[in-house]
Design a protein around this ligand. Structure first.
Ligand code: GAL
Length: 666
């Protein structure tokens, strides 16, 4: 009988190989004090487990597994394949990754391997097999953790091995037909026509812009190769260790676009995610909220595990901001509110040596007599108090469509403006909807949209016909659809959809744009029609004609002065809105006012710019989560039992400044 995961797990990465025995003994006591019930073990232990090609040393790990079990702590056991040991890369330097401009990424850091390397694959699978054989029935084992953050540092490798693997992938994609590849890549341009797929290379640094479809296919290939490495290990684990769930930690964050996690999610038994705030950014909790909703999307709406975040500062940003009192608990609860059934950290004890020695941990360098440690203990108590919500999930009436492949396409070079960033509109609309108390699911465009009342389509530059049909059907059936600029521009091969922009969505929206009018850096325009007075917009305008839609708002000035900037068309039982410019947040807020009024969609009580309110729903109960990022208490009209304090509330909940609350609703 496999060991179940704790209901709402608490703990983090544990790296005992970095510490002497006396410290490890202390760890057990302190883990108990902090209420740790799950640790991730052996992530970077390859060189310790296999110090030489023919030597295996599992004794120390056996001891750790047994001790943790004796202490009542469950283990998320890594397959330890994340970072090959020096002896392996020394023997096989051809397994090292190579950058786009031909530089080898040498050992000495971590993840020094080409994802397509057969040498890496063979050695990794041998290690994975031995781990599975040795620990599959260990009572501490609750979860398998394949590798670690696949693609964190080596997502795209341009070496000769990768080139050969890319050609194999292309042969499959184009039925081994060079004519089909030429067609898809538009190689009639610039004399790029291939005579044989054998001549194709990865998009290495070229004298000028590389073929965009080649770049796009290479991005797809690279994501697929990493996923293949996961699947190969997962299959070994399923065979030798049936019944124990297998995960690998995603990096769903704004700074990590390379892996198509919305496709990867289907291959995992349980999705887990790592999330780190960018310290230089004010209001990073908004990006966190968006990423957490997107993580739930990668999990098909099911609960997921927060595998890593930080108690305070990280070490890898130019200036590493420490979290202020209460922030770590707020961050943790935001993830839980959006479906996380575990709150885990990198890492248990802050290291004393190595590149991450300034990275925070559950146990800081200064020890337990610290505010940080007291907050860790308090977080553990809060998680115990709200544990009953584990297993439930968030399910909303509003969807934001998100597609990693559209992200890759949107941010290719040689575009109208470098200022168009794929997640920008998605995050701003998510912010405005959240501030209105509208819960949001962030889902892949292929998701069944029939139950959504509001469907937001931000910057969906690249779109296939099936998505166009399903978005159109949603509007016809009564949903309100909102599409923002630089959507529907190309098909899956990155070929323009002709006849005027926004190509794929022209008919649904009832508009036709004859010319894109990107604005210059620092240039802004005024837009009027969204409530009283004009709002500011920047980055983008369009030469847009109405073709069935009505103008809701128009440009006051700029290159499109007098033309529609926001349009609406009644479609069947629903409506389709188009936003042809980049509204500043005040404009997005007004747009969302209109959408909320038009759809009559539920707004959760008490929500605001600094007050996150979300709901998880289970079979027999629902829980309202409130995370107050503001400096004032937040009143919330909700009835039930507030679990963090254990008090009954009857419409009079006051969430303290910087505090959190979780109410089982009655
Ligand atoms: C993650 C990684 C961890 C640790 C952490 C630091 O990328 O999985 O091992 O390096 O970042 O923030």
């Amino acid at each position: 009988m496999p060991t179940p995961l704790p209901a709402l797990a608490f703990g983090g990465d544990y790296n005992p190989e970095q510490w002497p025995a006396a410290v490890l003994r202390e760890d057990r006591d302190l883990m108990r004090e902090a209420g740790v019930d799950l640790v991730t073990l052996a992530v970077f232990s390859w060189a310790w487990l296999q110090p030489r090609p023919d030597a295996w040393e599992f004794g120390w790990l056996d001891e750790q597994m047994d001790d943790l079990h004796a202490a009542g702590i469950k283990v998320d056991l890594a397959t330890a394949t994340a970072s090959p040991p020096p002896w392996l890369t020394h023997r096989h330097p051809d397994m090292l990754p190579v950058t786009q401009d031909g530089r080898t990424l040498w050992p000495g850091g971590r993840q020094s391997f080409c994802p397509s390397s057969p040498v890496y694959r063979e050695h990794a699978l041998e290690l994975c097999t031995r781990m599975a054989e040795r620990y599959h029935d260990h009572p501490a084992l609750a979860l398998w953790h394949v590798s670690n953050e696949l693609g964190c540092h080596n997502a795209r490798c341009y070496c000769d091995t990768s080139a050969a693997a890319f050609r194999t992938w292309l042969r499959r994609r184009y039925d081994d037909d060079v004519a089909r590849l030429n067609d898809a890549w538009g190689t009639a341009f610039w004399s790029q026509r291939y005579d044989d797929i054998e001549q194709v290379l990865p998009p290495r640094v070229a004298p000028t812009h590389a073929n965009p479809t080649q770049q796009l296919d290479f991005a797809r290939f690279s994501s697929d190769q990493l996923l293949d490495n996961f699947v190969a290990e997962r299959d070994v684990l399923h065979r030798i260790s049936p019944g124990v769930p297998v995960t690998t930690n995603f990096m769903v964050m704004r700074q990590t676009p390379q892996m198509d996690y919305l496709r990867w999610g289907r291959e995992l038994d349980v999705v887990s995610n790592d999330h780190y705030l960018i310290g230089a950014e004010d209001g990073g909790h908004r990006e966190l909220a968006f990423s957490a909703d997107l993580t739930r999307g990668t999990a098909g709406g099911r609960p997921w595990l927060l595998m890593e975040h930080s108690t305070s500062a990280v070490n890898w940003q130019p200036r590493n901001r420490a979290k202020r009192p209460g922030e770590m608990i707020r961050n943790s609860l935001s993830h839980v509110a959006r479906g996380a059934d575990a709150v885990l950290f990198f890492q248990w004890r802050a290291s004393r040596a190595g590149a991450e020695k300034f990275h925070s941990g559950l146990l800081p360098h200064a020890g337990t007599d610290t505010r940080q440690w007291r907050e860790v203990v308090e977080l553990s108590r809060v998680l115990d108090a709200v544990e009953e919500a584990a297993g439930s999930t968030a399910r909303n009436d509003t969807a934001i469509l998100f597609d990693y492949q559209a992200w890759w396409g949107c941010e290719l070079d040689s575009h109208p403006s470098i200022d168009v960033h794929y997640r920008d509109r998605a995050e701003d609309l998510h912010r405005a909807l959240s501030a209105h108390g509208v819960g949001v699911d962030v889902v892949h465009p292929s998701t069944d949209l029939s139950s959504y009342r509001l469907v937001v389509v931000p910057t969906l530059y690249l779109v296939d016909d099936a998505t166009v049909a399903s978005v159109t059907a949603a509007a016809e059936a009564g949903a309100t659809v909102v599409i923002t600029y630089f959507s529907g521009i190309v098909d899956e091969h990155d070929h323009i959809r002709l006849g005027g922009y926004p190509g794929a969505f022209r008919e649904l929206l009832g508009v036709r744009t004859t010319e894109l009018l990107p604005l210059m850096a620092g240039e802004s325009v005024q837009v009027e029609g969204l409530g009283t007075g004009a709002v500011t917009a920047d980055t983008w305008a369009e030469d847009l004609e109405l073709a069935g839609a009505e103008a809701v708002a128009s440009y006051v000035d700029g290159p499109a002065a007098g033309l529609p900037a926001v349009t609406r068309r009644t479609v069947g039982e629903g409506a389709a809105w188009y936003v042809a410019t980049r509204l500043a947040p005040a404009g997005t807020d007004r747009l969302v006012d209109r959408l909320v009024a038009e759809t009559g969609i539920e707004t959760l009580p008490g929500a605001g710019e600094l007050v996150e309110v979300t709901r998880r729903v289970g079979d027999d109960a629902s829980w309202l989560f409130v995370v107050n990022h503001g400096d004032d208490p937040a009143p919330v009209d909700v009835h039930g039992v507030e679990l963090v304090t254990g008090r009954d509330v009857a419409g009079d909940l006051q969430v303290p400044a910087g505090g959190v609350a979780v109410v089982r609703e009655s």
